[in-house]
Ligand binder design. Structure first.
Ligand SMILES: Nc1nc2c(c(=O)[nH]1)N=C([C@H](O)[C@H](O)COP(=O)(O)OP(=O)(O)OP(=O)(O)O)CN2
Length: 118
């Protein structure tokens, strides 16, 4: 069974490794959406794969680190592409959410990157 919980944060970034002519080389902002997906058996007693409240608690530190920040200033996110943000979040949640199966980061409504630990 898969479950997923979505979170939102606002942040600025610029992409340092694209050509100067690329518009994303300039500082700009996004309303990011992150989906945290877990996969595992349904506990017969609780009826949960995991409690959404526990996922929310684990995600609080990520939100604190990213919301209303310039992502380039966050350690490990010097090149804050959607792909690198997904990996960065996985690296912080993986040890706390052992059923973590995917992190999906939407930069816009139409563009996302998903990391499944590889
Ligand atoms: N593989 C990736 N490609 C791109 C990334 C990325 O993280 N991974 N990032 C960017 C830019 O940062 C960003 O997505 C540009 O966003 P924006 O121009 O706001 O998005 P739209 O194209 O949807 O904007 P419209 O104004 O609606 O056309 C680029 N590539």
């Amino acid at each position: 069974m898969k479950i997923s919980q979505a979170f939102k944060f606002e942040a600025a970034h610029r992409l340092p490794n694209v050509p100067e002519t690329h518009r994303c080389s300039r500082l700009h902002g996004h309303s990011y959406r992150v989906e945290v997906q877990l996969e595992g058996p349904v506990d017969p007693h609780t009826g949960f794969v995991a409690d959404f409240f526990d996922i929310e608690e684990c995600f609080a530190g990520v939100l604190e680190a990213l919301d209303h920040r310039c992502l380039n200033d966050v350690e490990g996110l010097e090149n804050p592409t959607a792909e690198n943000i997904a990996i960065w979040i996985w690296d912080r949640l993986g040890s706390r959410l052992h059923q973590l199966s995917a992190i999906r980061v939407y930069e816009t409504a139409d563009c996302w990157a998903e990391y499944q630990g590889r």
